[in-house]
Design a protein around this ligand. Structure first.
Ligand code: SAH
Ligand code: SF4
Length: 367
């Protein structure tokens, strides 16, 4: 799809026209990924963060927040819980926490690999060094999620200042590294960041395609009152011309257009979508191009403290949450995934790389 067409869909607000977009995204999802919805068990392993993103409640300077870091055994127990519930992926997410060091993460990955061999491991631990990312991959991590948040450089720099460790933050560079290390690579953006225009969002969607991402998770920006951007949102957002709204419909447009541009990627109906509309957020995401949901398996006493944004969905118990999600999936005529659900985009590009490797070997002179 061309940039102009993406832009006009983003600006479209006629419900009958939008039905065409939802239909197109849903049929592409069906054609490329079938009817399975893959469930990934999310474990928020630490709320400590050394970074100061202007949008996020876990930012370093938010000193009103009680912080926690889960121990190795606690993380392993959550991964086992994911297996008991029939999930094939565990997602370990955290703030950028230096105390969650190379060795500790590596040990956790190895233990999950050993004790739960059919479980895929996804990491979402922020911007980490190439050495760490390489070691974790060697230890058995399969996937890595790192949103680039917005492709507009000045907006990104404004809302995502460098941490003490780096003079610039370049998530595109890290995404290329992750891909080169053999990770199934995921990214995404926030929709409706103060200052974000329709044109910016069209560029974001095109960037998903040019990065050839395997997983793309985007969700609405949700203002947190204890952050600089949350305060700015409250003070200035009303009536700003050309501002992208942080609405459910706009987030769904991004999901649908992402499906059109990247038909073989795994696309979650994100937690932020459900936080915006508890009743139908997940369902609408799944009916408009998404094929993944990430139920929260963080122990409840920690979950309440992992306040990236207010009103996070998933504060109910695991069983209850699982029953609600599974019921919703059946209710829309889909079924819960019964395999790891690797991204077809990843499987295709890695198969091509292996094939090319084999061909190169054949061409080499025999000793
Ligand atoms: N520290 C890691 C992972 C945790 S944050 C990282 O930054 O990558 C995970 C995601 O939460 C971020 O990528 C961001 O897109 C999202 N997020 C943070 N604050 C948010 C807010 N106020 N509204 C919506 N999403 C937010
Ligand atoms: Fe830290 Fe991630 Fe939040 Fe930024 S978005 S403050 S890196 S947890």
């Amino acid at each position: 799809m061309e940039r102009g067409e993406i832009l006009s869909w983003l600006r479209q607000d006629d419900p009958r026209e939008l039905e065409r977009l939802w239909g197109l995204a849903d049929s592409l999802r069906q054609e490329n990924l079938g009817d399975e919805v893959h469930l990934r068990g999310l474990v928020e392993v630490s709320s400590h963060c050394g970074r100061n993103c202007l949008y996020c409640g876990l930012r370093r300077n938010n000193d009103g927040l009680e912080r926690y870091r889960m121990g190795e055994e606690e993380i392993l127990a959550c991964a086992s819980r994911a297996a008991e519930l029939g999930y094939f992926t565990v997602v370990l997410q955290s703030g950028e926490d230096r105390a969650l060091d190379t060795g500790k993460v590596s040990r956790v990955i190895r233990r999950i690999r050993q004790e739960l061999p059919s479980m895929a491991i996804t990491l979402s631990l922020g911007e980490r060094s190439t050495e760490e990312l390489a070691l974790w991959r060697e230890s058995g991590a399969d996937r890595y999620l790192l949103r680039f948040e917005t492709s507009r450089r000045d907006l990104y720099r404004m809302i995502h200042p460098p941490s003490g460790d780096d003079s610039t933050s370049d998530r595109f560079r890290i995404l290329h590294q992750l891909r080169a290390l053999g990770y199934e690579t995921g990214s995404g953006v926030m929709v409706g960041i103060p200052g974000q225009s329709y044109s910016d969002l069209a560029d974001d969607i095109l960037a998903f395609g040019s990065l050839d991402l395997d997983m793309i998770g985007s969700g609405p920006y949700l203002p947190h009152p204890d952050t600089p951007l949350g305060r700015l949102y409250r003070a200035a957002r009303a009536g700003v011309a050309g501002q992208v709204p942080n609405s459910l419909e706009m987030a769904c447009k991004v999901i649908a257009l992402t499906r059109v541009v990247c038909p073989q990627a795994n696309i979650p109906a994100t937690t932020a979508l459900a936080a915006l509309d508890r009743e139908s957020g997940y369902r609408l995401g799944l009916q408009r191009g998404a094929n993944v949901v990430m139920p929260n398996l963080t122990p409840p006493r920690y979950r309440a403290l992992y306040q990236i944004y207010p009103g996070k969905a998933g504060l109910s118990g695991e069983e209850e949450q699982h029953a609600a999600v599974a019921g919703m999936i059946a209710g829309i005529g889909r079924r819960v995934g019964a395999s790891r659900g690797d991204s077809p985009n990843y499987l295709k590009r890695t198969a091509t790389a292996h094939k090319q490797g084999r061909e190169m070997k054949c061409l080499q002179p025999q000793a």
